[in-house]
Each structure stands twice: as structure tokens, then as C-alpha cells.
Design a protein around this ligand. Structure first.
Ligand code: NAP
Length: 251
């Protein structure tokens, strides 16, 4: 029987690509996000491409404990959990930052891991060899101006991931952290409140990572032999030598 992977935030970007890569690697997938119509589209595409695999699409709001519990109750066995849902809100300096944005970032990037882990740990424990993956960020290790709220959240996600690995010592569950640099997805559109022009500028003239690059890394880590724990992978575009130090061409 195929192993089953749960991917949160699979309606877009890295999550959608991860679902596709994991299916290609032989997993059945359960995909969750708030935008169900996007998930249904992805499910149809994946089922057409990989008719032998099982794709389950379910509504999921990782900031809502009841939604997370309903999601967990609706699924069966789980071998891999990819905590991908998350993101940034705003590019304000600390002196003017919006407290509500900071709370929301903590909620979707940190508390989401707590909620998903608590809800799915019994199922992961029933797997002979399970994996939990956090999609962190270069922002989880490198502070940058105007990144305060997102940095705090992703530093937090990193801490939670590491504590989980310590607490699961001796159990057949590995805990993996994937920290990408700039990936061209809807991330900046969301961060900049829907300003498409400003979001495009972030990626302009740079050979950015694609969602597929990150999905590839996730898939590699969870397909190692079970005794191997790839603790952390930082994956950057060659053009991005630090969080805010990027080589741009022709702009
Ligand atoms: P994206 O295209 O904006 O995708 C974000 C995904 O998260 C969407 O599927 C969204 O789905 C989901 N999501 C957001 N809030 C949610 C909630 N409350 N409940 C459930 N799902 C939620 O951005 P992305 O780049 O793929 O981001 C994926 C992860 O990678 C995030 O954790 C982000 O912080 C991290 N990351 C991104 C970059 C980058 O440069 N793009 C770099 C480093 C790390 P719905 O809106 O449908 O719910």
C-alpha cells in the first residue's frame, strides 16, 4: 500500500508542487487549504496525470483548531506531514508594524505547526516510519530590515521544529526543516496585500527558485532510508547570497 502524505497550503506555490512531486514519488496525498476550488482543480490534474494514485482534497484553515481537527478526523493513515501553509504579511519596520499582522503571522507559521502536530501525531505514530517536514525560510535564521514579524514567526517555527525532534527521540518519526530563499510563488502577492506590480518587482531580473525546486528537496528528504534524518536544508537561488542581497539582471 502507498504511503500517505498530508500537505498543508497545497492550493498554491510550494504546497501544490510538493503534492505533485510526492505523488510522482509514489505517495498518495491529502491536500488541504482554505481555497477548496483550487484544491479541487489540483486534485483533477493529479488524478489525470497519475490515475493509480489517490488524491484527497479537504478544506483546512491551519489558524482554526476546529478546522484542523475536522481535517484530521476526515483522513485515515498518515506517514508524512508537510507543514507548508504559512506566509508573510507586510514589509513594515518595527516602529510602524501592524500588531494584527504579527499575530496572524505567528498564528499561520507557528501555531499551525502545533495544531497540525497535535491533531496528526496519533496517526503518524501508527506509521512504521513517519516524517514531519516544516517549510521554514531563510528568514528563520537571518534577520533583515522590515522582516521583523515574519522573522519572529519563522525563527519560532524553527524552534518548534527542533523541539519536536528532541521530544520524539526514540520514536520512528523524523523531523525535517526545509528553509528556502526566494521562491517565485504568490508569497509576495500575499505579503504585499495583493499589489501585483510590487510583487513582480521582488522577482524581477533574478533566477528565483521555483516551487518545484523546493518540492524536489522535500521529496528527497522524505524518501531517504528511515534511519536517515535530514535535519535541515537551506536552499537558495544562486543569485541570492543573503536574505536581502540579490543579484539582478537588466533592471
Ligand atoms: P503561496 O503561493 O502564497 O502559498 C501559501 C499557501 O499557504 C497557500 O496554499 C495558502 O492556501 C496556504 N495558507 C495560508 N494561510 C492558510 C491557512 N490559514 N490555512 C491553510 N492554508 C493556508 O506561497 P508559498 O511560497 O508557496 O509559501 C509556502 C510556504 O513557504 C510558506 O510557509 C512560506 O512562508 C514559505 N516560504 C516561501 C518563500 C517564498 O519566497 N515564496 C520562501 C521561504 C519560505 P489558502 O490561501 O487557499 O488557504
Amino acid at each position: 500500500m502507498a504511503e500517505i502524505a498530508v500537505v498543508t497550503g497545497a492550493s498554491s506555490g510550494i504546497g501544490a508542487a510538493t503534492a505533485r512531486h510526492l505523488i510522482r514519488a509514489g505517495f498518495d496525498v491529502v491536500i488541504g487549504a482554505r481555497r477548496l476550488e483550487r484544491l479541487e482543480d489540483l486534485k483533477s490534474q493529479l488524478e489525470a496525470e497519475f490515475p493509480e494514485r489517490v488524491v484527497t482534497a479537504l478544506p483546512l484553515d491551519v489558524s482554526d483548531t476546529a478546522s484542523v481537527q475536522a481535517f484530521a478526523d476526515a483522513i485515515g493513515a498518515v506517514d508524512v506531514l508537510v507543514n507548508n501553509a504559512g506566509g508573510a504579511l507586510g514589509v513594515d519596520r518595527i516602529e510602524t508594524a501592524d500588531e494584527a499582522d504579527w499575530s496572524r503571522m505567528y498564528d499561520i507559521n507557528v501555531l499551525s505547526i502545533l495544531r497540525m502536530t497535535q491533531a496528526l501525531l496519533p496517526k503518524l505514530r501508527a506509521s512504521p516510519a513517519a516524517s514531519v517536514v516544516t517549510i521554514g525560510s531563510v528568514a528563520s535564521t537571518e534577520a533583515y530590515e522590515t522582516g521583523g514579524g515574519y522573522n519572529a514567526a519563522k525563527f519560532g517555527a524553527r524552534a518548534v521544529t527542533r523541539v519536536l525532534r528532541l521530544e520524539l527521540k526514540g520514536e520512528p518519526i523524523r523531523v525535517i526543516e526545509i528553509d528556502p530563499g526566494m521562491v517565485e510563488t504568490e508569497f509576495s502577492l500575499v505579503r504585499l496585500g495583493g499589489d501585483a506590480e510590487a510583487a513582480d518587482k521582488i522577482y524581477e531580473g533574478v533566477d528565483n527558485l521555483t516551487a518545484d525546486d523546493v518540492a524536489d528537496a522535500v521529496t528527497w528528504t522524505v524518501t531517504r532510508p528511515p534511519h536517515v534524518n535530514i535535519d535541515q536544508v537551506q536552499i537558495m537561488p544562486r543569485d541570492q547570497v543573503a536574505a536581502r542581497n540579490v543579484h539582478r539582471r537588466n533592471v
